[in-house]
Design a protein around this ligand. Structure first.
Ligand code: EPZ
Length: 417
């Protein structure tokens, strides 16, 4: 088991390059199941979750060659339409093979993902939508068995905006007979990236990025040749790192248009945020102002940035209130931040954060992906030494985080526990 050791107090300086987006790459990789031929994908981050989904596609018969941050994928001969439990339980986004398999092969057997640290995370809306498109869905010993000779178009209203559900059904609808309309769809930028790739494959999609997406089914798709968008959550994480260390960091190849809420809240907290030719520059302020944060689906404040901002606000001059409105259990980082001397109280969906003057380094334990980032950010600002254990959570979604922080002047290293 590895852990990360941080000696806090260094101000970060310099420029960091943002990797490709995990939450765009995962559905894009699953979309290659939609047709044979050689798909090309570039700017793929090196992450555990990416390795898991590639392993899954290979068990299905896909031929995948990776070089640097690119991959070629051929799904001409898919020998299995099953996503087994041992893979899905480690990476729930594996359920995104459902739509492509059903649309192209008329069948799929995918393990129910089960819950995770941040919530129950059901896939009922995915299944409800596929059933509306004509799929026969049964649950058998923890697996979703889905069959359908030919999916047909449908108008599907999501009770709650779901990123994965929107992606699964958008992919399923590309080869369905007729028109599918997704209403109350998620608007995340990763969905726009997927829709762009699907359109380049010959799909007929309009409205991606809005709450109503229309897909006119086509008979045939061709392989994608697509560059994964940059990771807005990694970018936001480094922007908070600049603010919490009172440093001066430029985040290169990030899309500011996808970071409006994060930039707005960071500026409100007192940091200076500038758009420069080299990227988004963040200069931390001597005093961090308290904030009110309410997470919500895009374009609202992203739930995936909640833990990182909580770390920042533990050192604010005053009381902040963070409402987590997307997931029911996404405060696992609070107990660990309290070990570092923060003053946080949970009241239902809200975390009340009383700013303190100083965090004190201590051994802490990561519980999920963004909690890991939160603890590392806090460790950068804490005095003495912070040790973050169970960093396999971190490696699911951040490419070489400690190396990138080291290059910005952090005193940080990965060691064997
Ligand atoms: C995606 O998860 C992201 N993961 C998550 O990022 C992100 O936090 C989340 O969207 C919200 O933005 C990937 O893209 C791989 P949802 P997803 O379906 O698709 C409920 C990270 O840190 N819901 O939009 O699983 C659900 O319980 C990860 O990178 C249903 O009730 O999220 C949740 O409360 C964490 N029924 C809400 O909707 C369903 O069928 C939003 O979930 C589906 C979802």
């Amino acid at each position: 088991m590895k852990k990360i050791i941080i000696h806090g107090g260094n101000k970060l300086h310099g420029t960091v390059n943002i990797s490709g987006a995990k939450n765009a790459a995962l559905p894009l990789l699953c979309a290659t199941l939609l047709c044979g031929g050689e798909h090309r994908l570039s700017n793929i981050p090196h992450l555990r979750d990416i390795n898991t989904v590639i392993q899954l596609l290979e068990t299905m018969g896909a031929k995948i060659t990776r070089s640097e941050n690119s991959a070629t994928l051929q799904a001409d001969k898919v020998v299995s339409v099953e996503a087994p439990y041992d893979l899905v339980k480690t990476m729930r986004a594996s359920v995104l093979v459902l739509g492509p398999l059903l649309s192209r092969f008329g069948k799929a057997r995918v393990s129910l993902p089960g819950g995770c640290a941040i919530g129950a995370r059901p896939i009922d809306l995915h299944l409800k939508g596929l059933a509306a498109m004509g799929a026969e869905i049964t649950l058998d010993h923890g697996y979703v068995e889905a069959t359908c000779k030919q999916l047909h178009g449908a108008t599907i209203y999501f009770d709650t905006p779901t990123v994965g559900g929107t992606e699964n059904l958008m992919m399923a609808a590309t080869l369905a007979q007729g028109t599918t309309i997704l209403e109350n769809a998620a608007c995340e930028p990763e969905i726009v990236d997927l829709a762009t790739a699907l359109s380049n494959m010959g799909a007929c999609i309009s409205g991606a990025g809005t709450d109503t997406i229309t897909i006119d089914g086509v008979d045939h798709l061709v392989p994608m040749n697509h560059r994964v968008m940059s990771d807005r959550i990694e970018a936001g994480t480094f922007m908070v790192a600049a603010a919490i260390t009172k440093g001066d960091v430029t985040v290169a190849n990030a899309d500011p248009e996808y970071l409006d809420a994060v930039i707005s809240k960071l500026s409100e907290s007192g940091a200076t945020v500038e758009h420069t030719p080299a990227g988004i520059r963040v200069i931390g302020s001597a005093q961090i102002k308290p904030l009110q944060i309410k997470t919500s689906p895009h374009p609202g404040f992203p739930t995936d940035m909640q833990a990182q901002f909580m770390a920042l606000l533990t050192l604010a001059q005053g009381t902040s209130i963070i409402s987590e409105n997307v997931f029911e259990n996404r405060f696992m980082h609070v107990c660990e931040l309290q070990r570092l001397g923060s003053n946080i109280r949970i009241d239902g969906k809200q975390a009340i954060v009383e700013g303190v003057d100083m965090l004190c380094g201590a051994p802490v334990m990561a519980t999920d992906l963004r909690a890991s980032a939160s603890l590392i950010l806090a460790g950068l600002a804490a005095d003495n030494t912070t040790e973050v254990a169970r960093i396999y959570h971190l490696d699911r979604g951040y490419e070489r985080l400690e190396e990138k922080l080291l290059a910005l002047g952090a005193d940080i290293q990965r060691v064997s526990a």
